[in-house]
Design a protein around this ligand. Structure first.
Ligand SMILES: NC(=O)c1ccc[n+]([C@@H]2O[C@H](COP(=O)([O-])OP(=O)(O)OC[C@H]3O[C@@H](n4cnc5c(N)ncnc54)[C@H](OP(=O)(O)O)[C@@H]3O)[C@@H](O)[C@H]2O)c1
Length: 403
């Protein structure tokens, strides 16, 4: 009985298919075909080789079908006696619904198969063939500007763009580190560099940055600077909450908008340019215990997608880059692994997706992780992340106690 209830109504199953119960089933009724069935008998045109009315009759005998329906037909069915009249009343009501289920199911399966094939082909194009990737280099403009360029992902972008022959403007808060990275790049890649000292935690820095960028032909802007929490924490328990909110919004959100405001006009004049906004995979799904960070990254993702739609027809590419873990100071991961790559490895892969994906996880293992997460219902993903972040938080406090 339980098995039967899990199966679709028999009238809903296809002629050549195996039903949910593992048995071959006849074809569904053609729309309008039920009208051809003789009262009291399932006509061949309605369901070839299958007595449609048998099931409602058996349900009725068990007291199942009629009472469950709770509708006028069921009440009338009880009131009348005789097999033929019962058949003629239940069958017309059951068949359209069964046909509808069949077609909804079939179209749903078709849509899922088409979507899966499209994703597979798109994935092959990006990760295997890589043809069509935009040439990210000096042809776009002599200079690249990178924020948060003295460490991690930002430094790797600066190095890779210099390797491709671009001159690089490095923007960060520590003059000493800027000079060190600048010298490294100049010596290794034989390109010009420029440094701008700016703390993106502050709002009054943009006139200074504008002056520093004056007259430069900027082909690539990498909005990379970002800050996260020291450890996963409940919103109200974040140390120095008011200050943290202000800093995180300034660094993760305001910097992206303001740098775009300064650089995009020059790109539009030349009808070419690429803006790479480093968001985070945590911006793709609400991330409890990193709530504020995750929300700022969702902003970056949305901002990038909207901006790309606004300006792509004018020759500008805006890409939203959504990494999972990368081995940097921020993630506190020292040893790169396949799924937590070094910033250099990550950036090389991510640059290969420019022009192919306006929204990217940037690196094949991260793209697979993103795909798996996208299959989960959002509430399940949020619960899993909450559980994981609670564990990380507990480990952090344990470590702090031991110190
Ligand atoms: N690492 C990951 O696992 C991961 C994952 C997803 C997304 N992301 C995103 O990727 C971006 C880069 O992260 P990362 O891991 O490479 O970080 P990182 O290694 O900590 O490097 C951050 C860079 O930003 C600079 N910076 C930090 N605060 C600044 C401020 N207030 N003003 C100016 N410069 C500042 C740092 O300079 P100083 O040396 O002076 O501090 C450093 O150059 C961030 O937007 C982050 O949210 C990272």
């Amino acid at each position: 009985m339980a098995t039967r209830e899990r199966c679709r109504p028999r009238g809903a199953q296809a002629a050549s298919s195996t039903g949910a119960c593992g048995r071959s089933q006849p074809a569904p009724p053609l729309p309008g075909a039920r009208g051809r069935a003789a009262p009291g008998r399932a006509g061949p045109a309605a369901l070839p080789g299958y007595p449609v009315a048998e099931r409602p009759l058996r349900q009725s005998r068990r007291g199942g079908g009629g009472r469950r329906d709770g509708c006028g037909a069921a009440v009338a069915g009880r009131a009348q006696s005789g097999r033929g009249s019962l058949r003629s009343m239940v069958a017309p009501a059951a068949l359209p619904a069964a046909g509808l289920f069949y077609w909804v199911g079939a179209l749903g399966a078709l849509y899922a198969a088409a979507l899966a094939s499209y994703r597979l082909l798109a994935g092959l194009r990006v990760w295997v063939l890589s043809s069509g990737a935009a040439a990210v280099g000096p042809a776009l403009g002599a200079w690249a500007v990178v924020t948060g360029a003295t460490d991690g992902i930002g430094k790797a972008y600066a190095q890779e763009l210099a390797r491709r022959g671009m001159k690089v403007v490095l923007v960060s808060r520590s003059k000493e580190k800027l000079d060190q990275v600048s010298t490294e790049i100049r010596e290794k890649y034989k390109v010009e560099t420029k440094v701008i000292v700016a703390d993106f935690g502050e709002r009054e820095i943009y006139n200074g940055i504008k002056a520093g960028l004056e007259g430069l032909e900027i082909g690539v802007l990498v909005n990379n600077v970002g800050m996260s929490y020291a450890y996963p924490e409940y919103f109200l328990d974040i140390p120095e909450l008011e200050k943290t909110i202000d800093k995180m919004v300034n660094i993760n959100i305001t910097s992206v908008c303001e740098m775009t405001r300064l650089v995009l006009p020059g790109m539009l004049e030349r009808s070419k340019g690429i803006i790479l906004n480093i968001a985070s995979a945590s911006g793709m799904c609400p991330t409890p215990l990193l709530t504020l960070y995750s929300a700022t990254k969702a902003f970056v993702d949305y901002f990038s997608q909207g901006l790309h739609a606004e300006y792509k027809s004018k020759g500008i590419i805006v890409q939203s880059v959504l990494p999972y873990y990368v081995a940097t100071k921020m993630s506190k991961i020292r040893k790169p692994t396949l799924d937590k790559p070094s910033p250099e490895r990550y950036v090389r892969a991510a640059l290969g997706t420019v022009g192919l994906q306006s929204r990217t996880n940037g690196y094949l293992p991260h793209a697979l992780m993103g795909w798996i997460v996208s299959l989960l219902p959002t509430s399940t993903a949020i619960n899993l992340i909450m559980k994981t972040n609670k564990q990380i938080r507990a480990r952090y406090f344990k470590k702090m106690k031991e110190k």
